[in-house]
Design a protein around this ligand. Structure first.
Ligand SMILES: [Mn+2]
Length: 496
């Protein structure tokens, strides 16, 4: 595959996908943004942890949203590892290495003048008496019981009130009123949460821009987390490294913050200090939206709120969305985690980890498969060190499978084969109970087991499915004749 640098924004990404068979479909069929759109895509291409039946499929553009003339919604752009490969010009199984390389040569964003910023072609100010974000931004409500319409792919950009350092992250954003949007922060030291708390401690609002519909490189880069990108590390510089060209920002019109200049939509606003509301205030369902572990998240009782100052957008904007539990989340959370694991393990144990796959079963966050090669007897046991380093590289990781060099980490059948023939539960399972994990895993709760003291403080596990080094000769896979099959079955095998 060739490096493709023609992608600079969502539109050019969609244009590229149009040229590749099976990667993008469009429909002019009228669709409701309320539950129906996500219901359709569940069958077409959601994958991930979505309830079956679902499948890997094309990205999709809905051209006719009921009640919103002119609105278009794209979904599933990153809901396939193969498709992410096309968008970055890289083989799917090399994407973790590709991002790790990008981390080594960050390219800082630049600021361009407002008059050159496509995202401000059309401007709606909240001071306009007719202003209503719910009529301007076609955010889908993904299921009947969701708390409301959610912006699921909003690139939230804010800056440290003290140092001025900026950070970009995706958060769960619910449209609550004509100029109010709630914003969920997973407990812990999320960087925008730290900025928000600093501003709130001084009783001041925190300016925030939300850019929707951007280059997929930005969407993937924004999912890096500490320690790979510590506080003060602007993840946009990784997106710049991916494209070998700086991300272009522009100054917002109503707040002192920047936004992504070629975004389809930008919401400008401020996190209101010392103000909270129930996330499900409109529905009272107690539910939020579909989350990556495959369950609908609980509505937060007291959630921080953004007061919207303006919505700007391109002419004929394309809304971009995803289903939180789809393969799209696996791509966005998992591939940066693979890069983070590779980076950390490579420093400590160079040359032994051949690949790593953050598996869809964990939404890209909870489960990783590490392919480890033991070269000498002295490497026995280092595979477990690699696993503990992976836990350090990404603290939400729950289960790690270790497999040998002759097992394909991307082939779940092969991984489970290794677990069946190269693993004994009593000696090859390592448990680390009482470790801080992630609150959205419903089994990580005190009601599930008395060993769990607090929600999300649960058990990490290593399944060591590698062969003990001194027994390697007993575990050789059957050797078939090495040959080129294309002479016998032309067209069956894709070009290398
Ligand atoms: Mn960060």
């Amino acid at each position: 595959m060739s490096r493709d640098n023609t992608v600079i924004d969502l539109r050019s990404a969609l244009e590229l996908l149009k040229t590749i068979p099976g990667q993008l479909i469009e429909t002019d069929e009228p669709v409701k943004a309320h539950a129906e759109l996500a219901g359709v895509y569940r069958y077409v291409g959601a994958g991930g942890t979505v309830k079956r039946p679902t499948r890997e499929g094309p990205a999709m553009i809905f051209n006719n949203i009921e009640g919103m003339p002119g609105a278009r919604v794209a979904i599933g752009v990153l809901a396939s590892r193969k498709r992410v490969g096309y968008l970055f010009g890289e083989k799917p199984e090399r994407l973790g290495f590709f991002l790790n390389d990008a981390l080594k040569s960050p390219v800082d964003p630049v600021v361009i003048p407002n008059e050159k910023a496509a995202c401000q072609e059309v401007v709606h100010y909240a001071t306009d008496p007719d202003f209503d974000i719910r009529k301007l931004v076609p955010a889908p409500t993904n299921t009947e019981e969701d708390a409301g319409p959610y912006i699921t792919l909003g690139m939230c950009y804010a800056s440290d009130p003290a140092s001025g350092a900026s950070d970009i992250t995706i958060h769960r954003l619910c449209l609550q009123d004509k100029d109010l949007v709630s914003m969920y922060f997973v407990p812990g030291a999320r960087h925008l949460e730290i900025f928000r708390q600093k501003a709130e401690a001084e009783g001041r609002p925190l300016p925030i821009s939300i850019s929707i519909g951007v280059d997929p490189a930005i969407e993937i880069a924004s999912c890096f987390e500490a320690p790979t990108t510590p506080l003060g590390f602007n993840e946009l510089s990784i997106a710049g490294a991916i494209r070998k060209r700086p991300v272009e920002l522009t100054q917002c019109l109503t707040i002192n913050e920047k936004c992504i200049a070629n975004a389809e939509y930008v919401i400008e606003g401020e996190l209101i200090p010392n103000y909270r509301m129930p996330e499900d205030r409109s529905t009272g369902t107690g539910k939020a939206m579909p989350e990556f572990p495959g369950y609908t998240g609980d509505a937060i009782k007291e959630i921080p709120v953004i007061r919207v100052k303006a919505v700007t957008h391109r002419i004929n904007p394309i809304m971009q969305t995803c289903i939180g539990s789809s393969e799209e989340h696996v791509s966005m959370a998992g591939i940066p985690t693979e890069a983070s694991i590779l980076q950390m393990v490579e420093r400590a144990i160079p040359g032994r980890v051949l690949n790593v796959y953050c598996h869809p079963a964990g939404g890209g966050k909870y489960m990783a498969i590490i392919q480890f090669k033991k070269f000498t007897a002295n490497d026995e046991g280092r595979q477990k060190q690699a696993a503990t380093l992976a836990f350090a590289a990404f603290n939400e990781l729950k289960h790690i499978w270790l497999v040998d060099e002759d097992v394909d980490p991307f082939d779940t059948n092969d991984v489970l084969w290794a677990m069946t023939t190269r693993y004994q539960g009593d000696v090859d399972t390592i448990m680390m109970p009482g470790v801080r994990l992630h609150p959205l895993d419903p089994s990580s709760s005190p009601e599930y087991s008395p060993s769990i003291r607090d929600k999300g403080c649960a058990c990490k596990m290593i399944f060591d499915c590698t062969v003990p080094f001194h027994l390697k000769h007993r575990f050789e896979r059957t050797k078939f004749m090495e040959l080129d099959p294309r002479r016998f079955a032309p067209g069956l095998f894709p070009e290398e």
